[in-house]
Design a protein around this ligand. Sequence first.
Ligand code: HEM
Length: 124
Amino acid sequence: MFRTKKYKATDFERNYTDVGIFVTNPEHRLQLCIIELEDQDLQKIRALQPYVEQHIKPIVDNFYKAIEQVPHLKAIIADNSTTTRLRQTLTTHVQQMFSGKIDDAFINVRQKVGRVSCTHWPIS
Ligand code: HEM
């Protein structure tokens, strides 16, 4: 996925500001604790963000290419949205995944996406 550009070690040595876990809900904090997601992981995730941004088009294109191979998944999209619209929402979603900042707003968006009625429920 990231073959065309070499990582720079310095990207991973930086201490990015505005990166970390700022979640207030104890239940969510517990879940993050269980998966052992820590600030140092988020620093690494944040360091990858420019590489993801650079390759976001093929990442998203490949995602929908794979989905369109499966007739019933393709039909779900056709019935509820368009791949043009979803390409844009997935682009934003994936880029934000690499912000390295997990706060209440981040969790709310993920929960909202998980609840998108009639579409993600049956898939998940
Ligand atoms: C890791 C997997 C997936 C991610 C991260 C993802 C992410 C998203 C996001 C961010 C939205 C926009 C939600 C909004 O702005 O309200 C969305 C909507 C949608 N997704 Fe997904 N999606 C995934 C898998 C799928 C699959 C496999 C399908 C179809 C087979 C699908 C079908 C849809 C549809 C139809 C909508 C539009 C629903 C609506 O607007 O009511 N998604 N998805």
